[in-house]
Each structure stands twice: as structure tokens, then as C-alpha cells.
Design a protein around this ligand. Sequence first.
Ligand code: SF4
Length: 468
Amino acid sequence: MNVGICLDKHDFLYDIHSLVKSFFPEDEVSIFTDDDEAKKNAERNLLITVSIPDYAGRKETKDALKREIYDTLSVYTGTSLPWGTLSGIRPTKIPMKMLGEMTPDDQILSYLKTNYYVSDSKADLALRTAKKERELLSALPLGDKAYSLYINIPFCPSICLYCTFSSSPVNSWQKHIDEYIDGVCADMRKKRAELLNAGITQAPVTVYIGGGTPTALKAEQLDRILAETEEIWNTSAAFEFTVEAGRPDSFTPEKLSVLKRHGVSRISVNPQTMNDKTLRLIGRSHTRQDTLDAFKMARDAGFDNINMDMILGLPGEGKEEVQKTLDEIAELGPDSLTVHSLAVKRASGLRKTIREDRENDINADRGNFGGLVFENSAELMDLSAKTASSLGMEPYYLYRQKNMKGNLENTGFALPGKECLYNIIIMEEVQTIYAFGAGGSTKFVYPDGRIERIVEPKDVKTWLDRRK
Ligand code: SF4
């Protein structure tokens, strides 16, 4: 399908593109102006011509234009989008702002529904989440000297087919890992010295070691990077210290005891699904049993704040498969559950890889998924929200990605007191986060609300070479 939207002025092109893509995530979409004859006259299955309305304010104009296009596409496709015309990655942004202005709940809900066509349930979710975020943020230091840390470990035991994190297989990089750790530690020391010179002596508010899979490192490597992090930053004074252990096939009692020894307060054991057939298909080299074992190992090691991640919309997974995963997660009783929607971009890459593998007769043991359904839906999201609620969890953070099929979202649910504060800090952009390691993105948040980013090279070799 090829969809074109022709505007009468060269404005709002990017916003309209995001909205139209939400209706047609896997199709070709072009937005252009009516003086672009070549684009206007190209062959298309659907071409809509729209005049930009003339409101006094730019925001009102944009909102009205998006509603007009939404109405047309909703009738054409016979569908409505749960998040309406909202296309940003932070659905809580509007309720957060309105709560800050002391707007009553009913007015916030009504504004989300009438101005942006947000569905009843999503408006309610956005408001509940925003309230929780505000409550949690109010207990944290957020002044201009407060900051958090992110350390990236871009290595994994194997690479999942849907991965877009530029992670590398740990075994192929083993001989460079010590050099990588040296580089991260040197950068951390340098930054700490800079901050001390600037009179910023306090410990970070939160520390997050992610990736990749930090526990893909050997126990002694993990020990070294954690010991240095602890010493350089005085992490024992942080409000939260997360290591996104992640892959159950990377856990050992020895590594867990290293994490415990260095004061890590929160970890993740991420099954993504509890169906072995799907795990094989998506290239995760662990089984359901590995998840059960890893979770038990983590509890036995004394971790009382364990998150589990799952993905909805995996190939061949409908209601029955998702319910099985949810039931098994509920049985384990994690402290938080993060539910992701498989983004279309990843799904497309996954589908292409599986098709090519089949054609080349590679990975035949991944199983035959016939028609390969990659479909998340509001029904599956509801199932996961119900399970989270039955476990006593509440939504505490929320974000969307581009190209999410069904225009859905990723939601973090947690038991009271077990929320990941770092997730809220990064999403709401309320303080500077210094990032270290390949692919790390330092985000400076200035007192006037300005934001600046410095991004490290994603590729590990480039990152290492630049240090020579
Ligand atoms: S565990 Fe995460 S980072 Fe590692 S390969 Fe899989 S998706 Fe990528």
C-alpha cells in the first residue's frame, strides 16, 4: 500500500507522517505539499488532500489538522487508534503538565479524549501513570546538581533476532572486554573529577547498568566494573542501583553474589515469553526452565526487587501463549513487570530473517510458524494489565516507540515501592544522566528545561579505536 497526504502548505510534515504511519505502520507513507507535482501525481492507493486550518496558535492548528486527518483515515480504515492523534513517545507528558497546573482529573481526561481522541482506557492509564510518576519524583532530589548514571555493556550471550540495541556476542569479543571495562572506568573517573571540580560532590540519584546483558560478563569482569563504579561514585548513597541482568542464560550464583556484594538493589530476569518454541524462533539461547532457575537463584541470593520483561506480539503468540507466560510469571511473583509491544520495525526484520533462513534452510529447528502472526492487540495489553493488577502492581511508567503496531505502548507495572526510579527519570527528563560505554547517550537537562545529548559511538570497535 502506498499512501500520500498532500498539504496546501509546507508545515507539520513530520507530525502528520507519524500520525499516518500509526494507521499504516508497514506501508509506504509520503507527506508533501501541492506544489510538489512529481509527488502529487505519483501512483498511490490512497491520496488525501488537506488544507491546513487557520487557528491563531500553532499548537491549536496542529491539533485540529491532526484530528481532521485522523477522522478521514479512521473512516477509510474502519479503525480507531487507542492513543488517538498522540504520536509522541511520552503519553504522560500532557497529564504531567496539567497536574502541575493543578487541573482537576476530569478536565485532564476530557482534554485527552476531545483534543487528541485518546480512548477512555488509555486516558485513564496516562493519568494514573502520571500521578504515580509525580508521587515518586517528589521524593527524589531533582535540583540542578542532582544526576543519574547509565553504564552500557553491549554484549549478550547470543543475539536475539529482533534486537536493535547493537549488542555483540560476548564470546567473539572476549579478548577486548578487559580493554572495554578499562575504557568505561577511565571515563567514569574523568567525569567524577570534573563534577568534583565543579562542586558537585553528591552521589548519583540512581545508577543503571544495562545493555546488552551486563551479566554476560564473567564474574571477575563484573566484579571489577562494579567495584570501580562503587568506589568512584559512592553508589551506596544512591536511591537505586539496577543491573539489568536480563538474559536468564547469563546467571550464575557467583555473578549474583558479586552483584549483591556491590550493593545492587534491583535486577531483571527477562523471559520475554515462557514458550520454548517462540524462544527458539527469536534466537534467545535460553529456555523457560532457565528463567525459572534464574529467578529462583536470584531470590535465593537475597534479591527482593526483581523485574521481569515480556514482549507482546511475538511470532505465533496469541492470547493462549501470552496467558501462559503471564500465568507462569504470576506464579514466580516478581516485584515488577515490564510489558513491551514488539515494534513493527523489529517485527519486519524478524520476519525477513525467518523467511531468509527458511529459504536457505538455516535454523530449521526454530520450528514452523506457518503464517507467522506478529500481532499485539489491545486485548493482549489488557490481559497483561489484569495480571499485573492481580499481583498488586500499578503502572508507573509508560512510553511508546515509533512504528508500534496497533499504536500501543510499553508499560512498567510495579508493586508499591518497587518501581524503577531510573526509568521515570529518563522518561520525564528531569535530571542529567551521564552515560558511559559504547552507545551511551549522555543527556544534559539544564535548569531552563533545555536538553542536550552527547552520544558515544555504538560500534564497540569504533568506540575502542577512538580511545587509542
Ligand atoms: S538480550 Fe536484548 S540486547 Fe541482548 S541481543 Fe537480545 S534484544 Fe538485544
